[in-house]
Design a binder for this molecule. Structure first.
Ligand code: ZN
Length: 326
């Protein structure tokens, strides 16, 4: 049974940066076989780069990886490009891969004319077919604004990027925005009447577990008011002390009235790099979606609410973004 649509993983950066990487290797935690075992029918694959010189080459390499996956594994993954195909993703026997961009430094270096970066973004969109979302920053500050570990808001180049995105059917991801950047983006969208959809693709709730990467209540509520979604992540640092805290985030999101989705954020790392571990063993690779479903069902979560969380909210969001006529 396939039942999961997920809003964030780092399969592409793994394929690009790790020697002898394979989309079939378990070490990346979101390999094609693990996604299949987890019942995933739609997986967002982020093009992720840090903000550093050469970031655009790194992102260009990940675009190539995305295209290669579709070409080399046509029986196992696909890209739904028409409304008819998109309606089929629930039932297809292959996993729909959905491209997104985590950090705008992937298409624009810090020291080049912004017009060159926007042109590169347009080329990437043509190569990929469509793009689900873009987050302006990662953890740090860049030319567009402040990342989640800063207090910096929206910069002039960030405004130019938002202007450019209007009408491009690409959403703005607030997961890696500083609070100042997130509020500035929303204010700017309202002031300029830019019709952009917003989401937080992989973040939890700050009230349940304090971390700058988690959302303050008012921001989560504001995302919901704009018909956005919040993808819950499995990273221990954002979940809490126990895997059961993930249910507390889920319950809290329900109380706030926030439409939630899966945004596990599975990525490759060497144990010696992060000896304290990144995930709880119970939810540490894509096959564990079945475990999570069983655990949440045991917590007496309603079936319809779980279906929305595991797939429907994300499916609906992308449907509106890519295929809505208005
Ligand atoms: Zn991230």
């Amino acid at each position: 049974m396939k039942f999961v649509a997920d809003a964030h993983c780092d399969l592409l950066s793994y394929l690009q940066t790790v020697a002898n990487a394979s989309p079939l290797a378990k070490e990346c935690r979101c390999s094609i076989p693990l996604l299949e075992q987890g019942g995933v029918f739609m997986q967002t694959t982020a093009i992720f780069t840090f903000t550093k010189p050469g970031s655009t080459q790194l992102a260009a390499g990940q675009v190539e990886k995305f295209i290669s996956l579709l070409k080399n594994y046509p029986e196992r993954v696909w890209f739904p490009s028409t409304p008819e195909q998109y309606a089929e993703v629930f039932f297809a026997d292959r996993i729909a891969l959905i491209p997104a961009i985590e950090n705008a430094s992937g298409f624009c270096e810090e020291n080049e004319p912004i017009a060159d970066g926007l042109k590169r973004l347009a080329t990437m969109q043509t190569q990929l077919g469509r793009i689900f979302y873009i987050s302006l920053t990662h953890h740090t500050e860049n030319r567009f604004g402040g990342g989640n570990y800063t207090q910096v808001g929206l910069k002039e180049d960030g405004k130019r990027l938002l202007d450019f995105l209007a009408g491009k059917q690409i959403a703005v991801d607030l997961s890696h925005a500083s609070d100042a950047l997130a509020y500035d983006i929303l204010t700017y969208l309202d002031r300029e009447k830019l019709p952009l959809q917003v989401l937080a693709s992989h973040s939890n709730f700050r009230t349940i577990h304090y971390h700058p990467r988690n959302l303050p209540d008012d921001l989560a509520i504001e995302i919901a008011r704009r018909k956005g979604i919040v993808g819950l992540t499995w990273l221990k640092a954002y979940v809490g002390n126990s895997y059961t805290d993930l249910f507390r985030h889920f319950t809290y999101g329900c109380q706030l009235g926030v439409p939630m989705a899966c945004g596990a954020d599975l990525f490759y790392y060497l144990p010696e790099q992060l000896p304290q571990g990144v995930y709880f063993d119970r939810y540490s690779n894509a096959s564990h979606y079945f475990v999570l479903n069983a655990d949440m069902t045991e917590q007496n979560a309603e079936k319809a609410i779980l279906e929305n969380f595991f797939a429907k909210n994300l499916h609906k969001f992308i449907k509106k973004l890519w295929f809505s006529k208005d």
